[in-house]
Ligand binder design. Structure first.
Ligand SMILES: *Cc1c(COP(=O)(O)O)cnc(C)c1O
Length: 329
């Protein structure tokens, strides 16, 4: 077998992110012991899970000699905000295709995109980067060398960030003398999930990896699972590993889609309040609020019980709390 070439990586974030016990929440919920992994504290541009992907994606862009980054997402995209911060940190131009229209006052992530100097291209109903190819063509015609980062940073290169995240977590748990039975996290464009699945196989990490589907558009039981599976296979192939994965390796909870992507309901409100009041930790309204709400529900249904240890992966997103103020309170 050809030896694996270490993929290029640039340091952008503060790693390892902390792992802590949620003692007050564990006892108030009365179920399993709860741990949290704080990727909301990954540093760059107010943090989040995309920093891990960007360390590999931006390194690939630099290797190709690119001078600007293009990506896309929803108006309050955390991924776009972290990409804008990465571009600023490395002196690259950044172009964002954002769903919706320019609001009168840029709030939350949008305010930060602007502060980081990103160029914003409003895309109306197209909130998943559909306009990226047109922006790319325009920049090439202007003599620039753009690097395209897909929606959510979820391709084989971006997912490498979460292969390494599993190595990081394994080491931390070993050093703390902890083990965990399951890891629960929000799953939306699939890169986080796929990277974890590959990392768990590679580093012998045995906990169940439970993704909570966030986006109705992505979640249809079949299609989204297939997307994560295809991505996991792609990552293993990129790394020249002889690993195969099957649908049973991808655990997805599809029952927490509520009113759809970005719609805050009772589940999210309760989760945000519990985490804030019991632990002094902020969740976000779109991803971690929904995923932690799912975790609470699964405990209440007895799917996770006393005697087990459950780790909640906080993937960030807190700048979106502010534009959602009316929906949260
Ligand atoms: C993007 C994002 C996710 C989902 O990660 P994917 O790799 O897209 O599945 C979860 N939480 C937050 C806060 C995010 O910004």
């Amino acid at each position: 077998m050809v030896p694996r070439k270490e993929p290029a990586r640039v340091a952008l974030g503060c790693f390892p992110t902390p792992v802590a016990a949620l003692d007050r929440l564990s006892s108030s919920l009365g179920g399993p012991r709860l741990l949290i992994k704080r990727d909301d504290l990954s540093g760059l541009g107010m943090g989040g899970n995309k920093v891990r992907k960007l360390e590999f994606l931006v390194a690939a862009a630099l290797e190709l000699g690119c001078d600007c980054l293009i990506t896309g997402g929803a108006a309050q995209s955390n991924h776009c905000r972290q990409t804008a911060a990465a571009a600023a940190a490395l002196g690259l131009e950044c172009h964002l295709a954002l769903g919706g229209q320019a609001p009168a006052i840029p709030e939350g992530n949008l305010l930060l995109d602007r502060l980081f100097g990103a160029h914003i291209h409003w895309s109306g109903t197209r909130r998943k980067g559909e306009d990226i190819p047109a922006i790319e063509a325009e920049l090439r015609a202007a003599g620039k060398h753009p690097y395209v980062i897909p929606y959510g940073g979820s391709n084989e290169i971006g997912a490498l960030g979460f292969v390494e995240a599993i190595r990081e977590l394994s080491g931390q748990l070993a050093a703390m003398g902890e083990r965990c039975d399951a890891v629960l996290f929000p799953s939306s464009s699939g890169g986080t999930h796929a990277g974890m699945v590959v990392g768990a196989r590679r580093y012998g990490f045995r906990a169940a990896l439970v993704g909570v589907a966030i986006d109705k558009g992505e979640a249809g039981e079949g299609p989204f699972r297939d997307r994560v599976l295809e991505l996991a296979r792609g990552v293993a192939a990129l790394e020249r590993e002889n690993e195969d994965f099957s649908a049973s390796d991808i655990i997805l909870k599809n029952d927490y889609l509520g009113g759809g992507y970005g719609v805050v309901g009772e589940l999210e409100r309760r989760a945000l309040g519990l985490m804030a009041r019991e632990e002094g930790i902020l969740l976000d309204p779109v991803y971690t609020g929904r995923a932690f709400g799912a975790l609470v529900d699964l405990i209440e249904r007895g799917e996770f019980t006393r005697g087990q240890t459950l780790l909640f992966w906080h993937t960030g997103g807190t700048p979106a709390l502010f534009p959602y103020a009316r929906e949260i309170l």
